[in-house]
Design a protein around this ligand. Structure first.
Ligand SMILES: [Zn+2]
Length: 282
């Protein structure tokens, strides 16, 4: 079986780089990559790439930090239309982000950003439900400000109100503590680990403790021009490092990690035409 990167943003790379990125991924056991959109236009780009490249699957959604105000009726209709596309396997990237600089932006609608984010998250989960899509979500805490409201309870309240766990999905690029991981499982979701797993002991402890049928892996790859050395940019090929780290933590073979995480992803994603299964079996 092959690995699947359940969350990346390779649609944001220079199109000229894509063939190289895909070839390097294929050379590192990665058989499929989900390109997750962060705006309506970006989601459209993901679908286009998924229609052009067999190994790319699409996610659609508006990221909480990319909201320009409440989602409009036009945005919602566009997302709903895209969610029905055969290349789309997940509603992503959506979620809650309480970083100070995000919530402190001036709001054109006059409403607080936290409220706008919660509403957009709820609306996009409803679109996911109408289209039988799982939800791979982003939750980001405020950082060091002790007075700022935590993002996890807000996300959990949205899940409770929408019964989103019935749709399945995962907490993307998980960096929370064990209580947050417990809450993610209880809400009905999987936990998705990226490269931070390879260096953070506290995440490794959580990865050792989680049930193996609730773990998926990702890279969250996007262009990283702030890293001067291009070979240091995170790409889907680095998924194998995450899988190798997980194998060490769980004391199992890398093959077993590949098989289990890919089975988990297959159980999670919408695969109406069996394309994901073919890619991972092939
Ligand atoms: Zn992302």
């Amino acid at each position: 079986m092959k690995l699947i990167d359940v969350h990346a943003h390779i649609q944001q790379h220079d199109p000229a780089e894509l063939d190289g990125i895909l070839a390097r991924a294929a050379g590192a056991e990665v058989g499929a990559i989900v390109a997750a959109g962060v705006t309506v236009a970006d989601s459209r780009r993901c679908i286009k790439l998924a229609e052009q490249h067999e190994a790319i699957l699409a996610g659609v959604g508006v990221h909480p930090t990319d909201l320009e105000g409440p989602l409009t009726a036009v945005d919602l209709a566009a997302l709903d239309g895209m969610a029905g596309n055969d290349s789309v396997v997940v509603m992503s990237e959506v979620g809650i982000d309480h970083q100070e600089h995000v919530l402190a932006r001036e709001s054109v609608s006059g409403r607080p950003w936290a409220e706008i984010q919660g509403e957009a998250f709820t609306q996009q989960i409803e679109i996911a439900r109408r289209n039988s899509l799982p939800v791979v979500f982003h939750v980001r805490e405020p950082g060091d400000d002790p007075d700022a409201a935590s993002a996890w309870p807000v996300a959990m309240e949205v899940f409770r109100a929408t019964s989103a766990g019935e749709l399945g999905g995962a907490a993307h690029y998980f960096q929370g503590d064990r209580a947050a991981a417990r809450a993610v499982l209880d809400a009905g979701f999987m936990v998705s680990f990226g490269r931070p797993l390879t260096r953070l002991k506290r995440l490794q402890e959580i990865a050792a403790w989680l049930p193996m049928d609730r773990i998926v892996v990702e890279t969250d790859s996007y262009p990283q021009p702030f890293k001067k050395d291009r070979t240091k940019w995170t790409e889907p090929r680095h998924l194998l490092d995450v899988a190798e780290c997980l194998a060490e933590i769980r004391d199992v073979s890398v093959d077993e990690v590949i098989e289990r995480t890919s089975e988990n992803a297959l159980a999670m994603l919408r695969d109406s035409r069996g394309r994901v299964k073919r890619l991972l079996d092939g």
